[in-house]
Design a protein around this ligand. Structure first.
Ligand SMILES: [Zn+2]
Length: 63
């Protein structure tokens, strides 16, 4: 979970997990637009490459 705070007055607006969120602060009425920017290290390898995985790591040199 992630704390969503108003960019203007720092009021805690919500705790959530989100990809994108737009929330209006009830105190100062600032509209906060947020986007999750968590780089997922597990997505480092695309699913397509799993076919080649059982052989060698030549896929790194394939260019
Ligand atoms: Zn605010």
């Amino acid at each position: 979970m992630q704390e969503i705070r108003c960019a203007n007055c720092r009021k805690l607006l919500a705790k959530a997990q989100f990809l994108a969120l737009e929330i209006k602060c009830p105190r100062c009425r600032t509209i906060n637009t947020l986007r999750a920017e968590s780089p997922a290290p597990e997505r480092h390898r695309a699913p397509d490459q799993e076919r080649q995985h059982d052989q060698t790591y030549h896929s790194v040199d394939w260019r």
